[in-house]
Design a protein around this ligand. Structure first.
Ligand SMILES: [Zn+2]
Length: 108
């Protein structure tokens, strides 16, 4: 019977399992290393062209990622990694905000 030869629809579930196991990796704009997204701090450019440090990773917008440490921040400043990724000028307030955020992380 043709009916018994019909393929079982397991494809979709399998894909979902694989997606769950796969850790999303992002490149730090400071050290250029690929790291799990969760370990990085995101700086985003919103639709309104505003920049902000997005510690939760939940805001929408074009994002650039940085390791939460001063070394990578300095490299990003010098190498203009953030500017390149976000395709806009990054005011120093953003770097200061980022610095505050990593200070909070260091305290924890
Ligand atoms: Zn880094």
């Amino acid at each position: 019977m043709a009916e018994s030869r019909r393929r079982k629809p397991f494809g979709k579930q399998r894909m979902a399992d694989m997606m769950n196991k796969k850790i999303p990796m992002r490149q730090c704009v400071g050290c250029r290393q690929m790291k799990p997204k969760r370990e990085l701090v995101r700086v985003i450019r919103t639709a309104e062209d505003e920049l902000c440090v997005d510690i939760t990773g939940k805001k929408n917008g074009r994002g650039a990622y940085l390791c939460p440490n001063r070394e990578c921040l300095e490299r990003a400043v010098k190498g203009r990694g953030l500017e390149h990724s976000l395709k806009t000028a990054v005011p120093k307030e953003i770097y200061e905000e980022f610095e505050k955020e990593i200070e909070k992380l260091e305290i924890r």
